[in-house]
Design a binder for this molecule. Structure first.
Ligand SMILES: [Zn+2]
Length: 336
């Protein structure tokens, strides 16, 4: 994609989760597929080491550049290695924070988010509507765990979960109640990167688990990234001659109906209220909304009294100008 806005700081043009022509630095906030278009083509990637590891698990060989920019990468709480980007433009006296995908609630499979004050906040717009509410994660986890315990009385359980991030959180949630789930090859490959980075996960797969066959003989919990989980359940039911209870685990479950036995809205994103909490912690002078729903998110934030505009090159330059002016005014007041 060309022509998306970039963060201009000094001589640097920093692309945010996209490869833009003319960028001098390409920031990759995390390894989800909609954020990594720069990974294959950039010579100047800025990302966490875990993100580079996860890209490797996806078959993408990327390497980090170093020393080109005085930036701080801060945990975003979203998935393993997810980072916010903080850059301070010392010449202009303006600081910038780009959120990437972020989550305010604790996850067993991601480092907790850290926030700091910044003049300009560029914020992800995945969930722009005040009506979206992901609820309290601990309550949802308890619901998942008790549903599984009861479903296992009458057969096996099959989950559909996104292979990177959600599947690992679900493995941790199952481990908490003493269950070692059976996972697909893709989930196993990605989970091994989590393990390597110190996140304790216990699971088996056909590719790396010695007690795999034993577990399959009993009533087990399976996790697959396959979206049509009922089709997979039907096939397994025929092979194993057992009942399979199906469930999907996704933030979309808070506002979409899935044709499964159960659905749980376990999200690794912030909902609208959590985004507002995040904004209040960062306390920016200007908010630039970023991504597919940028217009709607800016409009909704404005209704709540925030100074928010969709991120375009123009809005960025304007924010840069007025925050720099604000800084000057402060200095003047101080001097006189
Ligand atoms: Zn993501």
């Amino acid at each position: 994609m060309n022509g998306e806005p970039m963060l201009h700081v000094g001589d640097h043009k920093i692309s945010l989760d996209r490869k833009e022509s003319g960028s001098t630095v390409d920031f990759i906030s995390h390894a989800h597929t909609d954020h990594i278009s720069a990974a294959k083509r950039s010579n100047s990637i800025l990302a966490s080491a875990q993100t580079i590891d996860l890209l490797g698990a996806l078959g993408i060989n990327a390497s980090l550049s170093s020393g080109f920019l005085n930036a701080e990468l801060m945990p975003a709480g979203h998935i393993l290695g997810s980072r916010q980007l903080y850059v301070n433009d010392e010449d202009k006296g303006t600081s910038y924070l780009y959120s990437g995908d972020f989550q305010m609630q604790e996850s067993a499979a991601a480092e907790s988010i850290k926030t700091r004050n910044a003049d300009v906040l560029i914020i992800d717009s995945t969930y722009p509507n005040p009506g979206i509410n992901f609820g309290i994660k601990d309550d949802i986890i308890s619901d998942v765990q008790s549903w599984v315990a009861s479903a296992l009385n009458t057969g096996c359980v099959l989950f559909s979960a996104y292979a990177m991030g959600k599947a690992q959180e679900l493995i941790a949630v199952m481990n908490e109640i003493g269950i070692m789930p059976v996972v697909t090859k893709k989930i196993s490959t990605i989970s091994s990167v989590y393990r390597k980075n110190g996140i304790s996960l216990r699971y088996v797969s056909a590719y790396d688990g010695s007690d795999y066959e034993d577990i399959l003989n009993g009533d087990f919990v399976g996790i697959s990234e396959q979206r049509d989980i009922n089709e997979l359940a039907y096939r397994l039911q025929t092979v194993h001659k057992k009942k399979f209870h199906t469930a999907v685990v996704t933030g979309f479950a808070s506002f979409m109906h899935f044709d499964t036995d159960a659905q749980f809205n376990l999200s690794d994103h912030a909902d609208f209220a959590q985004s507002v909490d995040y904004i209040n912690e960062v306390s920016p002078k200007q908010i630039l909304t970023y991504g597919h729903n940028a217009e709607r998110f800016a409009a909704n934030l404005s209704k709540f009294g925030y100074n928010a505009t969709p991120f375009s090159q123009q809005s960025f330059m304007f924010a840069k100008q007025i925050t720099a002016m604000g800084q000057k005014q402060k200095t003047k007041e101080y001097i006189y």
